[in-house]
Design a protein around this ligand. Structure first.
Ligand code: IFM
Length: 467
């Protein structure tokens, strides 16, 4: 830690995060079934350079080395995801014991290293067999998530310290079901909202299943960010409000309040929505925010030629909003605006919106892709990633100083990994991965984070927050 680093309470949780399909590889080993990402990557032209997660970082075989890197980093927790098709190859019924055994070994390794396992159950890699049955457009998938939660909870619940049934349902809905740039590749526009509702229902059922299996300390990892109107014009404010409701409150209100943000939204969904919302709104021990960048929204142009591509993709014409580029020169190499204050703002917005109903917060992801140089003499200088995290932590500290109960920060990601449709070019890791040799090299940001954690070390524990 240096004089310019923020100082948090000694029990603030320092973590790192990753997800199964992005790091594990070994897609055909030990009885793993196919996931929608295996299928999607096989389609021509959908992933940059035709890359796939087939090998990824080979974490499935190198997990001991990776846990040792985390141990030396000194993190209190590692947020991993379990691959559903490894545990249930068809997403239902029979358990694939060798697949579950892998997570048993990984969790044991983490515990032996003094690292609290924080487990996400669904980080977008739905078993393909469930997709063939309709995937998240099909209500039954929510019940299947609960069965899978029960299996994993009973097997790993004695050692897992934090649980998240879902990662970023908004991104899986928007990119996977509305725009078609992620698996399963549907372009349903607003029809994708049904997939959102079923994920949320699955979240509620999975929370119940985990609790019934004796698991504690359950939350969610949900992507949120401030939405700003492009101008003071009434039309822009209205468009920004619609977008804000769609990407933020459609996903947080059901979980935290048991309602959709507008009655029109609830009315557009199939099923016993009011009953479902009671299930969705299981009391949570904490709520996880993944933050990357704010969005600026304008009213549709007079002649709407399709909203601008600042969301990395062309949006269909006819939408009631139009994302516009944020006016900042400060961007990651992925082109995402760097706005640390957005983290402070979204955390404060949550505190204001939900008040007493808000459980403690964790920042379950924050990170930046820079196209780092290859290691030279075992070193990868990545000053901009250090600046990124330091600035975001300063912003977060401001929210904490304002009284918001934020308990920890997970860096995305421990390793460079498969960045979905963008493939391997985008590097978010604290540890560089050479994709030819699979050699790991800690970057300068790894050493910075290690020093920061060491300086905070005393008293670091993960405890159930609602006790
Ligand atoms: O890589 C992803 C991760 O899977 C989910 N959150 C955002 C990260 C960066 O895009």
């Amino acid at each position: 830690m240096t004089a310019t680093d923020p100082v948090f309470e000694p029990d603030f949780l320092w973590g790192v995060a990753a997800a199964a399909y992005q790091i594990e590889g070994a897609v055909e080993e030990d009885g793993r079934g196919r996931s929608i990402w295996d299928e999607f990557c096989g389609r021509p032209g959908v992933v940059a350079r035709g890359e796939t997660g087939d090998v990824a970082t080979d974490h499935y075989h190198r997990y001991r080395e990776d846990v040792a890197l985390m141990r030396d980093l000194g993190v209190g927790a590692y947020r991993l995801s379990v691959s559903w098709p490894r545990v249930q190859p068809t997403g239902r019924g029979v358990i694939n014991e060798p697949g579950l055994d892998f997570y048993d070994r990984l969790i044991d390794e983490l515990c032996a290293a003094g690292i609290a396992p924080a487990v996400t159950l669904f980080h977008w890699d739905l078993p393909q067999a469930l997709q063939d049955n309709g995937g998240w457009l099909e209500r039954d998938t929510a019940a299947r998530l609960a069965d899978y939660a029960d299996i994993v909870g009973r097997r790993l619940g004695d050692r897992v310290r934090m649980w998240m049934p879902l990662n970023e349902p908004v991104v899986h809905t928007l990119y996977g079901h509305a725009l078609g740039v992620h698996a399963p590749g549907y372009q349903l526009g607003f029809g994708a909202l049904q997939a959102a509702h079923h994920q949320l229902l699955g979240h509620g059922l999975a929370v119940q299943a985990l609790r019934a299996a004796g698991c504690e300390n359950i939350g969610i990892a949900s992507n949120h960010a401030p939405v700003h109107a492009a101008s003071d014009a009434r039309e822009d404010a209205l468009a920004a409000d619609i977008y804000d409701h769609l990407v933020n409150w459609t996903f947080a209100d059901p979980v935290l309040r048991g309602t959709y943000p507008t009655p029109e939204l609830a009315a557009a969904l199939a099923g016993p929505v009011d009953e479902d919302l009671k299930t969705v709104a299981q009391p949570l021990d904490w709520f996880g925010i993944n933050y990357y960048e704010p969005t600026v929204i304008a009213a549709p142009a007079a002649r709407d030629e399709g909203a601008s591509g600042v969301l990395e993709v062309e949006l269909p014409p006819g939408l009631p909003f139009r994302p516009v580029a944020l006016d900042t020169p400060d961007r990651t190499d992925f082109g995402w605006p760097i706005v640390p204050a957005g983290l402070r703002d979204i955390v404060r917005t949550f505190a204001d919106r939900y008040g007493e109903m808000l459980p403690p917060l964790y920042i379950t992801e924050s990170g930046a892709s820079f196209h780092d140089p290859d290691p030279v003499d075992g070193r990868v200088p990545d000053r901009r990633r250090i600046d990124y995290h330091r600035a975001h932590l300063h912003a977060l500290k401001q929210a904490v100083d304002d009284g918001v109960d934020v308990r920890g920060y997970f860096v995305w990601s421990i390793l460079d990994n498969f960045e979905w449709a963008a493939g391997y070019r985008e590097r978010f890791g604290l540890v560089h991965v050479d994709y030819r040799t699979l050699e790991r090299t800690p970057k300068d940001s790894y050493h910075w984070y290690r020093d920061l954690i060491a300086a905070h070390r005393t008293g670091q524990t993960v405890t159930a927050s609602r006790s």
